[in-house]
Design a protein around this ligand. Structure first.
Ligand SMILES: [Zn+2]
Ligand SMILES: [Zn+2]
Length: 181
C-alpha cells in the first residue's frame, strides 16, 4: 500500500487536528500516514481578485514533488479554495490519481456566525478528507444519502452524510487499495 502524506498549510491553531486526521485516515485506508511540510509556495495559487486560492493550481503543486515520492498526498488548508466555475469548493481531487486538497475554511462553525465547535470541525474535515481520498481511489459521487461519497455543496449536506463509505464504494476503495499492494 502506498503511504499517505498529509501536507498542512495555513492551518490555524492546530490543536492536534492534523495528527488526529492522520491517525484516522491511516485506519480507514489501511496505510502509513506521515505529515510533510509544503515544498511549494501556496501564495502562487492566490487569486487577488477573488481573495481565494485556486484548488487546481494547488493540486498541481502537490503533484510536483521534488522528492518524487509515490505516496498519495492530501493538502489540508485553512484558506478558502475555488475552481473557476464555482464560488468555492471544500476540496478537489485528482480522480484515480495521487493528490487531493481539502479546506477547513467553510467547515468552521464561525463561517456561519456560530461559536467555534472544534469537534464538529474535525468531523466535517474527516468526512471531506475521506471523500476526496475516495476520488483519488477512483470513486465518483454516490447517490446513497449516508455515503461519504455523496456530493456536498452546503455544509448541511456535509453534516447530513456519515463518515462511512457505503458497501459499494467501500468495495471499490478496497479493490483499489488491494491492487496496489
Ligand atoms: Zn466529490
Ligand atoms: Zn457510496
Amino acid at each position: 500500500m502506498r503511504a499517505l502524506e498529509l501536507v498542512p498549510f495555513y492551518v490555524p491553531s492546530n490543536d492536534g487536528l492534523i495528527e488526529r486526521l492522520g491517525d484516522e485516515l491511516a485506519r480507514e485506508f489501511r496505510c502509513e500516514v506521515r505529515v510533510r511540510l509544503p515544498w511549494f509556495d501556496p501564495e502562487d495559487a492566490y487569486d487577488s481578485e477573488r481573495g481565494q486560492y485556486d484548488s487546481t493550481e494547488l493540486l498541481a503543486a502537490l503533484l510536483a514533488d521534488p522528492e518524487a515520492s509515490d505516496a498519495l498526498v492530501l493538502g489540508v488548508t485553512g484558506v478558502d479554495l475555488f475552481v473557476p466555475v464555482l464560488t468555492f469548493v471544500y476540496g478537489e481531487a485528482q480522480l484515480d490519481g495521487r493528490a487531493a486538497v481539502v479546506s477547513l475554511h467553510r467547515l468552521r462553525a464561525e463561517a456561519y456566525g456560530l461559536a467555534p465547535d472544534p469537534e464538529l470541525l474535525y468531523e466535517r474535515l474527516y468526512k471531506e478528507a475521506a471523500h476526496e481520498l475516495g476520488h483519488v481511489h477512483g470513486l465518483l459521487h454516490c447517490a446513497d444519502p449516508s455515503c461519504v461519497m455523496r456530493a456536498s455543496s452546503y455544509v448541511e449536506q456535509v453534516d447530513g452524510k456519515t463518515r462511512e463509505f457505503c458497501d459499494g464504494c467501500l468495495a471499490t476503495v478496497e479493490a483499489h487499495v488491494g491492487a496496489e499492494r
